[in-house]
Design a protein around this ligand. Structure first.
Ligand code: IPD
Ligand code: CA
Ligand code: CA
Length: 300
């Protein structure tokens, strides 16, 4: 592969990243067909040879095509982080699904442009997003001002549903320190107030699906830039909105992400506000209460 000239436009960044994402996805497909052994990196945080091999492949390919770009990858790659252009790479988003033979996972590659003088903790601008689902052969791409596309042809638009009560939404749960996450309360409340909450196990695909209008919204508490960089740009370019739970501009290290079609965003932010303030909680019967109710019903 020939190195891209330093003057590459966002369009060239996407164009040159696409074959890398496809090659990475083809490797994931092969590993998936063979089956892989699983290791633990945290209490239930899994990693496989596929995660590591595919990150290495992406690192090598990006280095060939964009030798001046930085890379920040989930499996430890930290290269040229002083560069004005930085890729956030998740070589396999959905490792738990992958390890269990569930075909819901993807490759995620998002590019941030960081002007000179930006502090380490400040965000630049997202300038390219590529998410590839190798099992469905679905490629989601976005570049600023040019919209988001499926398989490089079909324009993607967020959905037009304007009420949470008619929305299908999604979330995810952390794979580390799960006892510290309050998300089960939000999962419960949003389930009661929508058409349902899906927990499919790949945050990047969840974001791509919001962009594609397949889901009205997605939220999660503990994500990292490699999970979200590409998906945030996809949702925004498809006409949606991405913020933190208070409705403020999302940051790559916000950890909390709320993405929606825009139309139900204020309703979602209002519900987060109420719940964090202790309001609007629908009581759930305890297991003991439910057992008593069941015994009463059986006795009558
Ligand atoms: C995970 C997935 C999952 C989300 C977790 C992520 P990984 O990424 O995106 O859907 O709920 O928070 O860590 O570990 O499979 O790359
Ligand atoms: Ca991930
Ligand atoms: Ca991963």
């Amino acid at each position: 592969m020939t190195p891209a000239p330093p003057t590459s436009t966002a369009n060239e960044w996407v164009l040159r990243a696409v074959p890398i994402a496809r090659e990475a996805g083809a490797h994931l497909r092969e590993f998936f067909a063979q089956g892989v052994t699983t290791e633990y990196k945290g209490d239930v945080d899994l990693v496989t040879i596929a995660d590591r091999t595919v990150e290495k492949l992406i690192r090598t390919r990006l280095g060939e095509v964009f030798p001046e770009h930085g890379i920040y990858g989930e499996e430890g790659t930290r290269e040229r982080l002083e560069s004005g252009l930085r890729w956030y790479i998740d070589p396999l988003d959905g490792t738990t699904n992958f390890a269990h033979g569930l075909p819901q996972f993807c490759v995620s590659m998002g590019l941030e442009q960081r002007p000179d003088g930006l502090n380490a903790g400040e965000d630049g601008t997202l300038v390219a997003g590529v998410i590839y689902d190798p099992m469905r052969d679905e490629l989601f791409t976005a570049e600023p001002g040019h919209g988001a596309q499926l398989n490089e042809k079909k324009p993607l638009h967020v959905s037009r549903i304007s009420k949470l009560g008619e929305a299908l939404i999604a979330t995810g749960f952390p794979s580390r320190k799960r006892h510290l996450s309050p998300n089960i309360h939000f999962y419960h409340e949003f389930t009661l107030r929508s058409h349902g909450v899906r927990r499919a196990g790949s945050a990047a695909l969840d974001l791509a699906y919001v962009a594609a209008g397949r889901l009205e919204a997605f939220w999660e508490f503990n994500l990292n830039p490699w999970d979200t960089a590409a998906g945030i740009l996809l949702v925004e370019e498809a006409g949606g909105r991405v913020t933190d739970f208070a409705g403020n501009q999302v940051r790559l290290d916000s950890h909390e992400v709320l993405a929606s079609n825009g139309l139900i965003h204020d309703e979602l932010v209002g519900l987060f506000r109420d719940m964090f303030a202790g309001r609007e909680l629908s009581p759930i019967p305890t297991a003991r209460e439910y057992a008593a109710h069941r015994a009463e019903r059986d006795a009558s």
